[in-house]
Ligand binder design. Structure first.
Ligand code: ATP
Ligand code: MG
Length: 375
């Protein structure tokens, strides 16, 4: 035992006091931290897991109630019907925020198929030249899709009318932008997306006449390893890849075929009737003959343009379009090649317009009034 008066006794006493003190300080620190945490969590009340708009979203889309849909399309004294397709009627609508939308009311007979494909397809895909799907509604046996509104309607309405004529520059820009959107779909990160229904009425135009591909109702996602899938044959006959029609083998080349038909329509201003294969074949035959110099370009050129065409770009677009509509998918270019060619034609057309503008400010060159250079 240590004696009270020995120096070792004091050392032991002080180290005991130190130990007790540090334990006391540590415990008080811990208590303070716990109290602080409690205080902070009390100040921020927990949010409910599903609240407000979050409860109305599905696949990342806003899920509208039927009342919201009805309020949107009944904004005026009468509903404005924008058109009718195989899936159902499309109405103009206005959301409470003032956002103008297009609301597709899906036919009851059509529901499960087209609707789920559109929602699944479009909800993940975003590109400036693809129509944006804002949301959907499934209520009381009714189904609706709510899209971004394209105020200038579809391309068929513009191409097939004489006043005002769709200018050459605008046609080239539309082809270039549609090829860009298709290139995005064909190189989609999760695997190639085949649109399956590229045609004039599925190319919508914004107020500034910028094109946007619509209708993913027929889109089919191909896995990364799959270069093709066998599927039920769908699409619009006049634009349909003949190889796909006979063996139901769907590849990205089927979209390239339909794009080729659209390009030939923009060059020629000719209709392709939805169910008329003869009209399509006449158009592709004539285009092939012109591309091989068996017939003059004027035989194909849209008379509405009255010769206001860039001849070099006409020729290069024609050559690509003819390759796109090759009967065998093996002979068709990829969308990358198609885009490159359309982009070249567009840049060349713009350069020529600028040159014309520089040469003569008083002359009225090819449709400068369309504002095509300002975009
Ligand atoms: N987002 C939109 N903005 C403006 N108009 C639209 C919009 N979506 C569709 N429309 C108009 O409604 C019409 C009908 O569209 P829908 O997609 O239902 O059928 P379609 O493409 O004409 O034919 P199909 O059903 O055979 O493919 C379109 O042609 C277009 O003029
Ligand atoms: Mg459509």
């Amino acid at each position: 035992m240590l004696d009270k008066f020995e120096p070792g006794y004091f050392k032991l006493k002080y180290s005991l006091v130190e130990a007790v003190l540090s334990i006391f300080i540590a415990i008080s620190g811990l208590v303070l931290i716990v109290l602080l945490i409690k205080y902070v969590t009390k100040k921020k009340p927990k949010k409910p897991i599903l609240s407000g708009s979050a409860a109305h979203t599905w696949s990342g889309l806003y899920r509208f109630s039927k009342v919201e849909i009805e309020n949107a399309i009944n904004y005026g004294p009468e509903r404005k019907n924008l058109g009718r397709g195989s899936a159902g009627n499309v109405y103009k609508g206005i959301l409470p925020s003032g956002q103008v939308v297009a609301v597709k009311h899906i036919n009851k007979s059509n529901t499960s198929d087209s609707f789920t494909r559109e929602v699944e397809g479009l909800s993940r895909v975003r590109h400036p030249n693809l129509v944006c799907l804002f949301g959907c509604c499934v209520e009381g046996g009714e189904q609706y899709l709510v899209y971004e509104y394209c105020s200038s309607g579809n391309l068929a309405q513009h191409l097939l009318r004489n006043d005002p004529v769709l200018t050459w520059e605008r046609r080239v820009k539309i082809l270039r932008d549609c090829a860009l959107a298709l290139r995005y779909l064909h190189h989609y990160i999760d695997g190639c997306i085949v649109h399956r229904d590229i045609k004039l009425t599925n190319i919508l135009l914004t107020e500034n006449m910028e094109p946007k591909l619509s209708d993913f109702g027929l889109a089919k996602m191909l896995g990364m390893e799959e270069s093709k899938v066998f599927t039920d044959v769908r699409g619009t006959i006049g634009y349909m890849d003949p190889e796909y029609m006979t063996n139901a083998k769907l590849t990205c080349a089927s979209d390239v075929y339909s794009f080729g038909i659209v390009a030939l329509q923009l060059l020629s201003g000719q209709k392709v009737f939805e169910l008329d294969l003869d009209a399509r074949d006449q158009l592709t035959r004539k285009a092939k003959d012109v591309s091989m110099n068996k017939r003059p370009p004027e035989d194909l050129e849209d008379p509405r343009l009255k010769g206001n065409v860039n001849k070099v770009d006409f020729e290069s677009i024609l050559q690509v379009a003819v390759l796109c509509v090759a009967k065998s998918s093996k002979g068709r270019p990829t969308i990358d090649v198609v885009f490159e060619e359309m982009d070249k034609a567009w840049k060349n057309t713009v350069a020529e317009l600028k040159a014309q503008r520089g040469m003569s400010s008083s002359a009225t060159p090819l449709s400068l009034s369309s504002g095509v250079l300002s975009v």
